[in-house]
Design a protein around this ligand. Sequence first.
Ligand code: CA
Length: 245
Amino acid sequence: MPKSCNTGDATSIKSMQTRILIVEDETAIREMVVMSLHREGFEVQEATDAASAGIAIADKIPDLVLLDWMLPGMSGVEFAKRLRGDEMTRELPIIMLTARGQEADKLSGFDAGVDDYVPKPFSVKELIARIHAVLKRARGFGPDEILTVERLTLDPVSHRVTIGDDQIKIGPTEFRLLQFFMTHPERVYTRGQLLDRVWGSNVYVEERTVDVHIRRLRKLLEAAQYDKFVQTVHGTGYRFSVKQS
Ligand code: CA
């Protein structure tokens, strides 16, 4: 069964909201990668085959999939094609883990639509560098990059939010909420999805807690009239958008 874990490591907050699914049947490799990704501050889901990976993705969509080529049942390549054919996962970044140079050769000439591939054996350092590179390409920004929307900026390293020259005094939850919104703009999230992504999947709080923090966040942005970015989508949830709703 897929499981998901949260890291509570405050020093790695920049990666905390990034969830990676590893699909790998070799326990030793999977555990090594999981441990390293946790240390790097990622949230990690695990699956040992395509079927359980499909269930994990339907439950909680990851930001990136590390996909082993050789899996019991459906191969990694077939699964990658399936993900590319599905509206929900068409854009999901995939890094393929390949066992032999031969597979890597095949893959490079093969249109499975994966974003990158890493031949085994690989160093964890190399893998993490590839993950950051693929995420950066997919999102258009890196993990340490300052996020900017008009005069609003969020610095994930110094933990500062400013509007123009004014630093905003922001609570940790509002900071995480704003960081999530600024890194995932123009998409509607339900309260449940926001709880899952911002508060973490192992935290149990009521959905109306989201409304409380949305209200606080809007209040902080009000002075510059940037509260308009945090839009209520009636009957669904919230969206961070620079367009008029
Ligand atoms: Ca394998």
